[in-house]
Write a new protein. Structure first.
Length: 337
């Protein structure tokens, strides 16, 4: 009689991982699908979403989600070097006002105002924060929290850059698709760019500074220069988001320095799982639509929103992305003995 075929359960990833999480041995199409599906599927969904929400209210929600995702990625990158920022609104507002001011006063076109606001705003924010890089922990966070509030009050008190009325009738994007895809591509590039950068030698130094900056200093490395570079990169992403938002709504005012542009990205990063970048993106793409969906509840919206956020953090303190990643790597298949 033929011998009965015996099977046992085997985790799918056991056959393709080779010592590290970044080197794989792919022996079949199934292994390739298992490895690349969670990387390509989110990109495909993001690229297709504008076709389903074209011209409606949810198109603005999608664009808003991309803006907050950029700010959350910016926050997560700064956190990777131990700089816990409470002032992402500073980056957002500086980029918005530089782009809006160049377009309103100097009549510069969009293809010039956005790059200038991105790089110029990042340089301005880096120089502004360079003097406080020696501060640690909550002291650095307090400075970043105060600065956007300070700029908002200066604009109102000195009646500059439009004062309380803001700058109106700015040049819009030539249609909805260019704005949407510029925002989506920005999120994708930042997500995978940050994940790649943090795994290189530069990212290794940043993580070393976060873990023990004194040991890194003992190795002859100027940690303040590396922190300044991290702020410049994070600031460029935040300023880019502010410049996009300015031309999308054709308006810039004191509201760009509001705490919403600090609190919601931070909440999204914490909900999704800090330190992964993908978690920050997932968290904001959940929180922003959820916040808009609950808008009809009026004053109860923020209360219910807070209850949902607290409940998610209590149930999954590690973050959604880390939980999904762990469960995905626990999938099993039948393997012949």
């Amino acid at each position: 009689m033929a011998e009965a075929i015996r099977y046992r359960k085997e985790r799918i990833d056991r056959g393709i991982k080779a010592r590290t999480d970044t080197i794989y041995l792919l022996s079949s199409l199934r292994d390739m699908v298992y490895l690349f599906l969670p990387r390509f599927l989110p990109i495909l969904l993001l690229l297709l979403l504008p076709f389903f929400v074209r011209g409606g209210y949810w198109e603005k929600v999608l664009f808003y989600s991309c803006m907050f995702a950029l700010l959350a990625l910016s926050w997560d990158f700064m956190a990777s070097v131990g700089l816990v920022s409470l002032g992402q609104a500073l980056f957002f507002g500086v980029g918005a006002y530089i782009s809006g001011g160049l377009n309103y006063y100097l009549k510069m076109p969009i293809f010039l105002t956005i790059p200038i606001a991105t790089l110029g705003g990042a340089l301005f924010c880096t120089l502004l924060l360079f003097s406080v890089l020696r501060l640690r922990g909550v002291y650095f966070s307090m400075v970043t929290l105060i600065l956007p509030l300070l700029f908002a009050h200066l604009i109102e008190t000195l009646d500059i850059l439009g004062g309380t009325h803001g700058l109106l009738s700015l040049t819009p994007f030539p249609g909805g698709y260019p704005a949407m895809y510029l925002a989506i591509i920005g999120v994708i590039v930042c997500l995978f760019g940050f994940r790649k950068l943090i795994s290189e030698d530069f990212g290794l130094v940043l993580r070393g500074i976060k873990d023990d900056d004194r040991v890194v200093m003992a190795g002859g490395i100027n940690i303040h220069w590396y922190k300044a570079q991290a702020i410049f990169i994070a600031g460029a992403v935040g300023c880019f988001a502010g410049a996009l938002m300015t031309h999308y709504y054709q308006f810039v005012g004191r509201s760009v320095f509001a705490l919403d542009f600090t609190v919601l990205p931070l909440a999204g990063a914490v909900l999704g799982g800090p330190g992964s970048f993908a978690g920050a993106t997932i968290g904001t793409f959940i929180l922003v639509p959820l916040s808009e969906a609950l808008r009809a509840l009026g004053g109860l919206r923020m209360a219910l929103y807070g209850v949902i956020l607290i409940g998610a953090l209590v149930v999954l303190p590690e973050g959604l992305f880390h939980y999904i990643e762990r469960r995905y790597h626990q999938f099993e298949r039948d393997a012949r003995v």
